[in-house]
Design a protein around this ligand. Structure first.
Ligand code: AMP
Ligand code: ZN
Length: 468
């Protein structure tokens, strides 16, 4: 299995530290809003990496965090007049719903930064003891130049560097020894959440959170650390400096980064305002389509989001689902049970698509080519199954399509169609629920319909609905 390692800028053979086991950490989202589809890209692609590794027989310990303390969360809390905790809890719950709908597997561990503060204080103390960090009026900074290998991931020369754009300006910034130094701990401002530490009542910097959560759940040295390519600098560079200075061991053997999801060739982001949330997309499409769309490109290439590409993804996915559905019908209706000799030979041929699939995935997770081999298998099944086929033959082909799709996290079940009559009935029940102020039930009904692809619109003339 080959992985493109950002650290060496090369495709390398993947050799885990411990044979048969993989320790993998993926930087998770900051939870102050519904996630947008750019945030969903690393979730989908690294979930697919995990699924393929599991298919290949490796045991994957998959850790991905939620950043639940951050300026943006505090800002959202102030705007809404609620606590920061309420904001982060709410959006963690919403994010988990989206991940489930995208068929992203539960992580082995999903740590929250706010529950790991003790570990952060410990690592910062360790860095101070070793001379890699210093306290300046309650703010603790990392002494960047002291870490000789700084810049090894982003290939930046330390003398050319300016502080990264994600660095948060804090009081006491002027007290840095060097402009390159970055924050490990910062004092609270009025009304902000805080924890008691030896340096000040305050909170950790963003980078130290991941160093600590990765160490706690996976150990000092891990196999893979991953995230979007915007995290290479400064986030991952700083994580390496902190972890390697504190632990005296290589932090991660392989670094994987996904390319951006763009819109009009610009990175989709909250700050540019050019985003769609996963929830927006779910109103129009089954989220399997979004997953399929993301996997239609190589994870390191940029993808431009467009209505046309989503339609193409929908058609592609439909082709697979329809083929599986047809095979299921045929399976239920054929009379021949046992495999004929020529069918045996055909199944041997079909194995070629499986090995093509594997070859594509072994080559730095080329999901685009892997999908092509599923299409070839679908085509093969469509032409080789007929009314004389045996049950065993049909099942073997069907199972092969389902199994390969499952490695990509693609569900091949056909969604049950809901009848107009049932929709009208549910809408009526929803109207009654709203009249009696049972808004919970009303929302529930809206969600039930949404899951079946029915979008409701409340208009002056009453409720209108359409199939997405
Ligand atoms: P954030 O909440 O901004 O820290 O982002 C969470 C994850 O989503 C990180 O791994 C980011 O690199 C990734 N990400 C954010 N925007 C995009 C985008 N437009 N395309 C791909 N990945 C993104
Ligand atoms: Zn991180």
């Amino acid at each position: 299995m080959k992985i493109y390692n950002t650290l060496t800028r090369k495709k390398e053979e993947f050799v885990p530290i411990e044979e048969g086991k993989v320790r993998m950490y993926v930087c998770g989202p900051t939870v102050y809003n519904l996630i947008h589809i750019g945030n969903a890209r690393p979730m989908i692609v690294f979930d697919t990496v995990r699924r393929y590794m599991e298919y290949a027989g490796l045991e994957v310990n998959y850790v991905t965090n939620f950043t639940d303390v951050d300026d943006k969360i505090i800002k959202a809390a102030i705007e809404e007049g609620v606590s920061a905790d309420e904001i982060s809890k709410r959006y963690i719950a919403e994010c988990k719903k989206d991940m489930k709908a995208l068929n992203v597997k539960e992580a082995t561990k999903h740590p929250l930064a706010t529950e790991e503060i003790d570990g952060m204080i410990e690592m910062i103390s360790n860095l101070i003891e070793k001379g890699y960090a210093y306290d300046s009026n309650g703010t603790v900074y990392f002494r960047t130049r002291k870490f000789n290998e700084y810049g090894k991931l982003s290939k930046k020369n330390i003398d050319d560097l300016e502080a990264g754009h994600r660095e948060i300006k804090v009081a006491g910034e002027d007290n840095k020894e060097d402009p390159l130094d970055f924050v490990l701990w910062k004092p609270k401002k009025d009304g902000e959440p805080f924890w008691v530490s030896p340096w000040s009542e305050g909170r950790p910097g963003w980078h130290i959170e991941c160093s600590v959560m990765s160490k706690k759940y996976l150990g000092d040295s891990i196999d893979i650390h991953a995230g979007g390519e915007d995290l290479i600098f400064p986030h991952h560079e700083n994580e390496i400096a902190q972890s390697e200075a504190a632990n005296g061991a290589e932090f991660s053997k392989y670094w994987m980064h996904n390319g951006f999801l763009n819109i009009d060739n610009k990175k989709m982001s909250k700050s540019l305002g050019n985003f769609f949330t996963v929830r927006d997309i779910s109103e129009k499409y089954d989220l399997q389509v979004l997953r399929f769309f993301m996997l239609s490109a190589h994870y390191r290439s940029p993808i431009n989001f467009s209505a046309e590409l989503m339609e193409a993804a929908k058609n592609g996915l439909d082709r697979i689902i329809t083929a599986v559905d047809n095979l299921k019908h045929k399976e239920a209706n054929v009379t021949n049970e046992a495999l004929a000799d020529e069918e045996k030979a055909l199944l041997e041929n079909a194995k070629e698509f499986e090995s093509k699939f594997r070859k594509a995935m072994e080559d730095d997770f080329n999901t685009a080519d892997a999908i092509s081999s599923i299409f070839e298998l679908v085509k093969f099944a469509n032409v080789s199954v007929n009314e004389n086929s045996s049950k065993e033959f049909i099942i073997a082909l069907k199972d092969m399509i389902i199994a390969l799709s499952d490695v990509l996290g693609i569900i091949t079940d056909k969604k049950e169609e809901i009848l107009d009559e049932e929709i009208e009935k549910l809408i009526e029940e929803r109207q009654m629920a709203r009249k009696s102020k049972n808004f919970a039930r009303a929302d529930e009904i809206r969600n039930i319909l949404l899951e079946k692809g029915i979008v409701l619109e409340d208009t002056r003339e009453g409720v209108k609905w359409k199939r997405a």
